[in-house]
Design a protein around this ligand. Structure first.
Ligand code: MN
Ligand code: MN
Length: 460
């Protein structure tokens, strides 16, 4: 009878029961590299900069429209320093389609407002406007660091990073002491901390004169010494406060990785590593690191931008192929994270369908909310294709769904790819505490996501 059960029933196994010591060592090696990348990539700009550096070290060159493309050639297109497209040219013509993997490198954060600096009661602050879906109460009383750019009128762009180095100061948003919080504690978690309450403390010493806003003047003159900027320059700045935690191993067994920005740099790194490792692919492989996913994929660097279409058109033109012929035969893995079943909060999940930590790359046939609203919903044929592909390549994977049917929902770049007439499916790493300042993923799932993307790139 047990034979019949194992023959007829679908049963999942913990990934660690499916791998040997050699693979475990590979998992560790991969995790180490990813942790270093994540630690140094705290904004989309930094992720793109690091990705370009790694790509150039591996022979990728900037794509120039009109350049001759031969199989095996590695090119990239940097979209305004905030999004990146890479390609390895395949042996076959683009008229037979390409294999695309698309992740995003923006993460929830606190952007500084354009008129950001103010002094109140001899303390100085930055006002912020949060970016992406956050639970605001999670962002107070944690160390923050400042990253971004200040664009000057003369065209110069000044890079700002404060708080990343151990000896640099950090920043913080204060919260009420429990002793005086009886009114605050009666509010809902959505209302307890407000958007306009997310003000970052940046200084407290007054400038040595008897004018007004002496603390603000002291802070501004420090910034002027460091970066040569004035308060007006904030008008044309993109500065963002991100958690100042280092990426680290979690758990006595060190099986998990804690850090800021796993969503979605964990899939971005998996794709990057996969396109670096692919050798002489049959079809042209394309790797997308997109921006603006957390705010709906709009804008020039988001996945709805024509920047992607332009890149694909240029590649196709080099081979005399119509881009629509290429796209209709292409396949896209929308590589984004999903919710990992959390035993502390089982009430929001339908256990059978939710992805689990250490069960491998998570495939979402559909995302969206309620009655599958806002999803591209991949076809059964595409899921079947992946089942076969992953079995051949030894990729440990699982199906995933974001919570109970009526609990909520979410989306990725998948629908924007599918709307372009590209067969697309979501696949990525399950995350605990997604969108929190400190998210958790399993090393095993990170590695299997890389293996999954590599298998797709290398398919015949
Ligand atoms: Mn994401
Ligand atoms: Mn997200």
């Amino acid at each position: 009878m047990d034979d019949l059960r194992s023959k007829l029933f679908y049963e999942q196994k913990n990934g660690y029961d499916l791998i040997d010591t050699a693979v475990r060592l590979e998992v560790e090696r991969y995790a180490k590299e990813y942790m270093a990348f994540l630690n140094d990539s705290r904004t989309e700009r930094e992720a793109v900069e690091n990705a370009v550096r790694l790509a150039e070290e591996r022979g990728f060159v900037p794509f120039v429209p009109g350049m001759e493309l031969v199989p095996g050639m590695k090119v990239y297109k940097n979209n305004r320093g905030k999004a990146l497209l890479l390609a390895v040219i395949g042996k076959r013509s683009l008229s037979e389609g390409s294999v695309i993997a698309g992740a995003h490198v923006d993460s929830p954060r606190l952007d500084l407002k354009q008129v950001t600096m103010y002094e109140s009661d001899e303390m100085c602050y930055f006002k912020t406007h949060y970016y992406g879906g956050i639970k605001k109460y999670q962002w107070v009383t944690i160390p923050l660091e400042l990253h971004g750019v200040v664009a000057l009128k003369n065209g110069e762009v000044v890079k700002v990073t404060i708080g990343r180095e151990p000896d640099e100061p950090k920043f913080v948003i204060t919260d009420l002491l429990p002793h005086l919080a009886q009114d605050q504690m009666k509010k809902t978690m959505a209302e307890g901390i407000t958007g306009e309450g997310l003000n970052i403390l940046i200084g407290s010493t007054p400038y040595a004169d008897d004018g007004k806003d002496r603390v603000k003047l002291a802070v501004m003159s420090l910034l002027n010494d460091l970066y040569g900027i004035t308060e007006e320059d904030f008008l044309s700045a993109e500065l963002t406060a991100v958690p100042a935690f280092d990426v680290c191993e979690i758990g006595l067994d060190r099986s998990l990785i804690g850090g800021y920005g796993h969503d979605d740099r964990v899939c971005a790194y998996a794709e990057l590593k996969a396109i670096f490792d692919v050798e002489a692919p049959e079809k042209t492989c394309v790797c997308i690191l997109a921006d603006k996913e957390e705010t709906g994929s709009d804008g020039v660097t988001g996945m709805q931008s024509a920047a992607f279409d332009c890149f694909m058109e240029d590649l196709c033109a080099a081979q005399g192929v119509e881009v629509r012929r290429c796209l209709e035969k292409s396949f896209c893995l929308s590589a984004d994270v999903t919710n990992a079943f959390d035993p502390v909060y089982p009430e929001v999940s339908e256990k059978r369908s939710e992805s689990k930590v250490n069960y491998g790359m998570a495939i979402c046939k559909f995302t969206g909310a309620r009655g599958k609203s806002g999803t591209s919903d991949a076809s059964a044929e595409i899921v079947a294709y992946l089942r076969g592909l992953f079995e051949k390549a030894g990729v440990v994977w699982q199906m995933a769904e974001l919570g109970k049917v009526d609990q909520g929902g979410g989306g990725t770049i998948a629908k924007f790819m599918a709307n372009r007439n590209i067969d697309t499916i979501d696949a990525g790493v399950p995350v605990l505490s997604m969108h929190a300042p400190f998210e958790v993923v399993a090393k095993f799932d990170c590695y299997m996501t890389y293996k999954g993307v590599l298998a797709a790139y290398q398919d015949k």
